[in-house]
Design a protein around this ligand. Structure first.
Ligand code: NAP
Length: 284
């Protein structure tokens, strides 16, 4: 590869063609006059070995990883960040010299920065309910526990997954108490300050509502990781109950900003990336 060719970055997933990541990263590269290009790598499972084998040859210097490969890519990594070790998933890869791959997970950091910096939520001492115990939930609970949340209740349709995540959290962090819930129906939210939806429920209009309006209140922040639609039924109902609401676009922005900083060693131009992302999201 000639030295003058731009550095290549991109998102690996399947499907991945509707990703908004190229919008924000290419806007940031242009703004900072970095000779680099961010692409979409939509690969089938059978193509992964040859894709990873060809990274250096194709001048690929960094990757984001999305559904369904965040866990699968671990086998290609030479080094894993503490967040990757806790979540057993990586969404950011740095390609070092001689094809040495470092794996990071910026999802939790992205969530934390949006929650604390933009939404002004103080985590320490609070009580949260987390819907879902999958990849994103693990990244989120890792950050909430590191930042001393008092109590967190986890609900997943797969009860064993919720129980395993609660146990992992209690084993790793002493300050926070995690509990797996068998059902949401009898749960009282009056002493809960944060409700997070980290399930895909809400992406479709006909999806069920996991928490009813009567359970939500003005002392609650309802954070839905979904950003398409921009306002899920859960967020609509939360608003009607007087709760504060946020969708997942801010998390997407800040996880991308952290990936950008890991790849380039430069401070991410947040407002440039935010504008590109918001523009892209309008076209979804
Ligand atoms: P995941 O690993 O598949 O986890 C989702 C979990 O929710 C699974 O354990 C799933 O169980 C469970 N679930 C499904 N339906 C449920 C229901 N009715 N009640 C309770 N639990 C249910 O997915 P993920 O990667 O964590 O992503 C979760 C959501 O977050 C997706 O919508 C994704 O797009 C979004 N996300 C957003 C960002 C962002 O930057 N904004 C980043 C990452 C993820 P089953 O597997 O048994 O269905």
């Amino acid at each position: 590869m000639p030295k003058s060719s731009p550095k290549i970055y991109g998102v690996l997933g399947y499907p991945a063609k509707h990703s908004l990541s190229p919008d924000m990263h290419n806007a940031a590269f242009q703004y900072l006059k970095i000779e680099a290009e961010y692409r979409i790598f939509e690969k089938e499972p059978a193509e992964l070995d040859s894709f990873f084998g060809g990274l250096a040859e194709n001048n690929i210097c960094g990757l984001n990883v999305t559904i369904p490969y965040k866990e699968e890519v671990l086998k290609y990594l030479a080094w894993q960040s503490p967040e990757v070790r806790f979540t057993a998933a990586s969404n950011t890869i740095i390609v070092k010299e001689k094809g040495y791959l470092e794996g990071w997970n910026t999802d939790g950091i992205g969530f934390h920065r949006h929650l604390v910096q933009d939404l002004g939520f103080e985590i320490a001492g609070k009580k949260a309910v987390l819907l879902g115990a999958g990849g994103a939930s693990k990244a989120i609970i890792d950050q909430l526990a590191r930042n001393k949340i008092r109590e967190i209740s986890i609900y997943d349709i797969d009860k064993q997954r919720a129980a395993a995540l609660a146990k992992k959290t209690n084993d790793a962090f002493k300050v926070s108490k995690a509990t797996a819930l068998d059902s949401l129906s009898s749960l009282d939210f009056s002493d809960t300050q944060l409700l997070i939806n980290a399930t895909p429920i809400g992406m479709k209009l006909e999806d069920p509502l996991l928490v009813s309006r009567e359970k939500m209140h003005s002392g609650l922040l309802v954070y839905d990781l979904i950003y398409n639609p921009a306002e899920t039924n859960l967020l609509k109902e939360a608003k009607a109950a007087g709760a504060k609401v946020a969708n997942g676009l801010g998390m997407l922005l800040y996880q991308g900003a952290r990936s950008f900083e890991l790849w380039t060693d430069k401070i991410a131009p947040i407002e440039i990336m935010r504008n590109a992302l918001e523009k892209g999201a309008k076209g979804l």
